[in-house]
Write a protein that binds this ligand. Sequence first.
Ligand code: 2AM
Length: 166
Amino acid sequence: MKRLFFALWPDNEVRGQCAQLIQTLAEQEGRPVEPGNLHVTLVFLGAVDASTELAITNAAAEMPKNPITLAFDRLDYWQKPRILCLRATHPEPASVTLAMKLKVAAAQFGIAADERPFTPHITLIRKARQPVQVDFKPIIWTTDSFCLAESRSSPEGVEYRVLRRW
Ligand code: 2AM
């Protein structure tokens, strides 16, 4: 079984901007996300077997492919998962529609995805302890693709790897 999720994968420029912001948060307690791991989760699937992966990959290939622009304009602290994340407070409907369609497709293959509404965010710091106030310029990002990614854990930590991109 692979631990899979659908995601938007930032380009190097956005990755760099996020990494800069992470540096300004360096004094915060917590574990900064590796720049190569930064992403926006669309739908978290969890442990998926090979045949379900194939079915869901085929369904993903049929999804509408509209460019999506997200403006990450707020730094949030989420107490329950203990993360500091960049949030796009006014997501384009195309992003919400894509996440919803992927969730419906996942459900068709027996994967019950998160009940909560899609809240586009990029986790910057994990195991964070408190909210933080910093001034930053909103990060505006347009992408014309989404991907299926795998989460792999090793003694060195977690690594996210893009398996397919559409
Ligand atoms: P995040 O999007 O808030 O950072 C891979 O584990 C990714 O899927 C992570 O980025 C994680 O959080 C997101 N995710 C969403 N729901 C999850 C869950 N129930 N378990 C693990 N990760 C989840």
